[in-house]
Each structure stands twice: as C-alpha cells, then as structure tokens.
Design a protein around this ligand. Structure first.
Ligand SMILES: Nc1ncnc2c1ncn2[C@@H]1O[C@H](COP(=O)(O)OP(=O)(O)OP(=O)(O)O)[C@@H](O)[C@H]1O
Ligand SMILES: [Mg+2]
Length: 403
C-alpha cells in the first residue's frame, strides 16, 4: 500500500501533522476528502497553506495511481470504470435493476415509506459485501452508521445463515456506529478514513441519512442551516466513496408533495441537496406482501421497475420467498395434522398450497399500479404532512448551497 502518512508529504512537519490529526485528519486520503476550505477551518491554518497541502496530497495520490489526474481522456475514465467493484444484492431482481449490484465509487440512495425494506437491504448488503469476488461480493467489511437504532445483529445472523456463511465471522466484519444527533453523525463520517484502511471496508451504510437532520432542524428559520449541514454530510459521503473506492448506501424517508397532480406525489426528503449528490436513486414501494424497486435516477441505467420480497435472507427474489413460505406453511401444517389425525395430512397440504398460489399470482403489474395509486396518500399522517409540505416548499427554493 502507498505511504499515506501525513508527514510523507514534502513540507508537512510534525507541527502540521499534529494540528491535522487533532482535527481528525489522519492520512493523505483524508486531506483530499475534506478539501482545503474545511482543512483551513478545522485546523486554523491559513487558507493558502491548506490549499498548498491539499494540492501536494493530490499530486502524491496521482503519482501513486490512487486517484486520477485532473485531465484524463475519456478512454482512461472508461478503463477506470471497468475497475469499479459491484456488490451483489443476492437477488436476481435487484441485481438486474442495479446492473450487477451496488457500485463502489458511488453514492446509492434508497428512499421509500416505512417498512418498505430499506433497512433490510442495508443489513443484507453488510453480509453480501463479505462474499468473495467470485460469489459477487468484494471480500471486504462494512461500516454501518445507524441513526435510528434499527441495526439488528440477529438479522445479520439469519441472513448469513441463509447464505451459508459463518455468522460470527460476518458479525466481526461489520463496524456499527450509533449516531445520536446530526452533528455526531457527521463527526462519525469524518472519522471513518483510518477505519476504512484498517478493516478493508468496502461498504459504508448510513441508515437513515436525513432523519436526524430533519428531526433537529424544524421550522422555517433553520432550513438553510439544515441544508448546509446536510450538504456537507452527503458530499463527504460521496467523496469518501470515490476516494477510498468503496460503495456508499444511504436511506431516506419520503413525504407526499402537494404540488404533484399527475403521477406519484411521493418525494424523498432532503430536497435538491441529496438528489444531486446521489449517483443512483432507488424508490422502494410496498405492494401487499411484495415490494417494488424503481431506478429513479441514474447516469446510465434505464428507468425500470422490479418486484422483490423480504424474508429470512433479507431482500429476496419473490419466487425464493414464495418457496420458503410454502415450505414453512407445509411444515406447520404437518405438525398440526400429526397431532390431530395423521390420515388427513395428505389432503390438507395441497389446499394450503393452493390458497397461497392464488394469493401470489395476483401480483401483476397492472394490478399493482392500481394498488399503488390507492396506497399512496396514506404514507404520512395529516399533521406530519402539513409540516413537511411547508418545509419542502421552502426547501426547493432555499438551496443555494446545492451544486
Ligand atoms: N425476519 C424477517 N422475515 C421476513 N420479513 C421480515 C423480517 N424482518 C423484517 N421483515 C420485513 O421487513 C419489514 C421492515 O422493513 P425495514 O425495516 O427494512 O423498513 P424500512 O424501509 O427501513 O422502514 P423505516 O422507514 O421505518 O426505517 C417488515 O415490515 C417485514 O415485512
Ligand atoms: Mg429502516
């Protein structure tokens, strides 16, 4: 590995090194991730000095082949993109949507209403990233920034078991950071650099990215402040993904937008800031027991939809989930019948399978659209809606910091 120590940069002596590491900048990668303006703010260095150091850091990494030069040919970019790692979701349906899996060097945002499977996807990906490259993983660990206290190690264990992996090893390769407020959430992200290096982290999860910001900055007066802070957070996340070549996966909640008369009025929160920073945006929707995932925004994927399911193995292909439910239903039924009357056993199982079959075949696209249309307005309670409506209105025209 290239020498990333701060003092390996020409002109950076022990004093600057100490100043930088006191401010949470531990290696050369961190310098690039934070950028000159922030470096000068957090260390008290003069802007020129900070710019100088960051430029040297950039040169150092370019020479070491760790980042690309400022001007590169399109074919070089193409070549670099061939090196992008992809993490399988473990399902055919979502892998199709993601064109192979969740990418490194990119920020993938998943938004949708409560219970639609955002956290389940995050938990699943923590396991999948640990698979070998042949099996679709990246042979790496995961960092999970949990802002809602919804990380469940038990789920990791069952997802690992479903994938035939050693649960203990899988748990050991996931670092969980519980964030208690938005400033803490940002601080955690600012400190992840050395952890990424040390533990070969290939996936950073933030579940949820916007929730704490939304809860803390209420009311019109605080909006531009919130957007600024949020802007800093999501940009940092995406720069970390690019610089360290790992995948960033962030979740986001939704609200109903009052100004949409045609189509789906559901919008992710966070305004333009999050929208423009995410490389890929995926919308998860409930449809009875099934879930629908739609690629909403991507520089190269077509806008398409797939159906997936949630189960013991986390996110699953609907057919797989169906098989599992049938098996367990059959098992339960066998137990019941053995207790009562063994001779009935054969008769009852097919009936149950039929009943399920009927229910499951109803999941077809035209019907789903109908169900969706009915379901949409029930996403948030009226009081919450009013508040978020007000917030979002101001949001859309108060995002001067958004690039
Ligand atoms: N062990 C399990 N087996 C099958 N399905 C499960 C299991 N655990 C959770 N689920 C499903 O996952 C759903 C919850 O999904 P998840 O926690 O990912 O929602 P979310 O999108 O993160 O919601 P929120 O916005 O509230 O965080 C449950 O409603 C249930 O359908
Ligand atoms: Mg969740």
């Amino acid at each position: 590995m290239e020498d990333l120590r701060l003092d390996s940069l020409p002109g950076v002596g022990p004093v600057s090194t100490k100043k930088l590491s006191d401010a949470g900048v531990h290696n050369i990668m961190d310098l690039i991730v934070r950028g000159p303006v922030e470096i000068s703010e957090i260390t008290g260095m003069a802007k020129d000095t900070a710019e100088n150091i960051v430029n040297k850091a950039r040169e150092h990494l370019v020479e070491g082949g760790l980042i690309s030069r400022d001007f590169v040919s399109a074919s070089e970019i193409y070549k670099r993109r061939q090196d992008i790692g992809k993490i399988t979701t473990g399902t055919n349906c979502l892998d199709t949507l993601f064109d192979g899996g969740i990418e490194t060097q990119a920020l993938t945002e998943v938004y949708g209403e409560f219970g639609c499977g955002k956290t389940q996807l995050c938990l699943t990906m923590c396991v999948q990233v640990q698979k070998s490259k042949e099996e679709g993983g990246l042979d790496g660990g995961a960092i999970y920034i949990d802002t809602e206290n919804t990380f469940r190690p038990e789920r990791i264990v069952s997802i690992a078991n479903a994938n035939g992996m050693d649960p203990q090893k899988v748990l050991d390769n996931i670092i969980v950071a519980r964030a208690y407020n938005s400033a803490h959430q940002t601080l955690i992200l600012e400190e992840v650099g050395p952890l990424i290096e040390e533990h070969n982290i290939k996936l950073i999860i933030v579940d949820s990215a916007v929730g704490l910001f939304r809860a803390e900055y209420l009311g019109r007066g605080t909006l531009s402040n919130r957007q600024q802070k949020l802007n800093h957070f999501v940009h940092l996340l995406s720069r970390i993904a690019e610089t360290y070549n790992c995948a960033a996966l962030a979740t986001n909640q939704v609200m109903a937008s009052p100004d949409v008369f045609f189509g789906d009025p559901i919008r992710p929160i966070g305004g333009n800031v999050v929208a423009h920073t995410s490389t890929y945006r995926i919308y998860f929707k409930k449809s009875g027991k099934k879930r629908i995932a739609r690629m909403v925004d991507s520089p190269h994927h077509p806008e398409e939809e797939v159906i997936f399911a949630l189960g013991e193995a986390g996110v699953m292909d609907p057919e797989e989930a169906e098989k599992k439910t049938k098996k367990s239903a059959a098992k339960k039924d066998t137990k019941k019948t053995t207790k009562k009357d063994v001779s009935k056993e054969k008769v009852e199982i097919p009936e149950i399978a039929n009943a399920e079959g009927n229910e499951l075949t109803t999941v077809e696209t035209p019907e789903i659209t109908e169900i969706e249309d009915q379901e949409v307005p029930t996403v948030e309670t009226p009081e919450v809606l009013e508040l978020s409506e007000a917030l979002d209105e101001e949001f859309s025209d108060s995002t001067p910091t958004d690039e």
